[in-house]
Design a protein around this ligand. Sequence first.
Ligand SMILES: NC(=O)c1ccc[n+]([C@@H]2O[C@H](COP(=O)([O-])OP(=O)(O)OC[C@H]3O[C@@H](n4cnc5c(N)ncnc54)[C@H](OP(=O)(O)O)[C@@H]3O)[C@@H](O)[C@H]2O)c1
Length: 314
Amino acid sequence: MTPHTDIRDSRLLYGCMGLGGDWDTRPWTAADLAHAETAVQAALEAGITAFDHADIYRHGKSEAVFGEVLARAGGLRERILLQTKCGIRLPDGDRAGRYDLRGPAITRRVEESLTRLRTDVIDVLLLHRPDPLARPQEIAEALTALHEQGLVRRFGVSNMSAAQIAALQASLDVPLVVNQLEMSLGRRDWVESGVLVNTSAAAANGFPHGTLEYCAAQGIRLQAWGPLAQGRFTGRADTRAAQLVAELAARKGTTPETILLWWLQRHPAGIAPVVGTTRPERIRACRDAVHRAVDLTHEEWYDLWVAARGAPLP
Ligand SMILES: NC(=O)c1ccc[n+]([C@@H]2O[C@H](COP(=O)([O-])OP(=O)(O)OC[C@H]3O[C@@H](n4cnc5c(N)ncnc54)[C@H](OP(=O)(O)O)[C@@H]3O)[C@@H](O)[C@H]2O)c1
């Protein structure tokens, strides 16, 4: 297996939000570790070498159990890319959930993630969501210090618009190289926004139009969270779109999961899906999205889109 040097070369990532047991503060268990080892092994077998985390997943247990997997599998850390995120604070007692991108908070969260992941360096750190109170200059100082100390190699954002990324980048010397957004055949506002221009339906589409184009122009890799749409097109519902996904998979000798991932990868902006299923057979069902070139014609791509939206394009 060849290690990645740049996250932007990863075609597919494994999302670790499902690892680490329940969403509570009890310690992870031996069963949680076995579950994580099986999932990571399946991801590696599928050819995936980039892993996505966040400090908050399962209250830190996703990172912690993954750190244990790394400690037990000698040499694995050197063969993978580790991405994590900071900036969201979960509800705590009477205190509501919130966002926190103050400089000291970023530094502290990264130090905690490094400890849990049992690694010396995070390959990519994403700012999980925008914090309306954050000052770009303060964020920049924190990220620059982490970079200079060799604790974080590269930076990106998640759930941010072009305008928000540009405002942040204006204060930052290190480039932002990733924007992770929810994108799938089920969550289509990002692609709809491009064709609703000058239609009455445009007002109902809340996606910040131009974000895809901005990221492509700036060399910012788009990553799609939720790419399998929680199974809505691959077994959890029997719709026309799900039938079409199954038909295309059979015709091309691949899996329905791959058809969903190819649908994202076919977009010229360059989208790397982050798959989050924890079932080994579903993880392995994604392997053609790493190993095979995208095999969807122009017409097939549109057929999937129109079937999923359930109405003709404008
Ligand atoms: N940046 C952000 O704000 C953000 C937000 C959410 C997630 N993420 C990242 O993105 C990753 C992927 O997100 P995701 O988990 O929502 O994506 P996903 O891969 O689209 O969905 C996975 C979920 O759908 C279920 N699923 C998939 N196929 C199914 C089927 N045929 N039948 C029934 N259930 C099915 C999985 O259950 P099984 O495990 O049982 O297969 C799992 O719960 C996460 O792990 C995380 O790393 C980022």
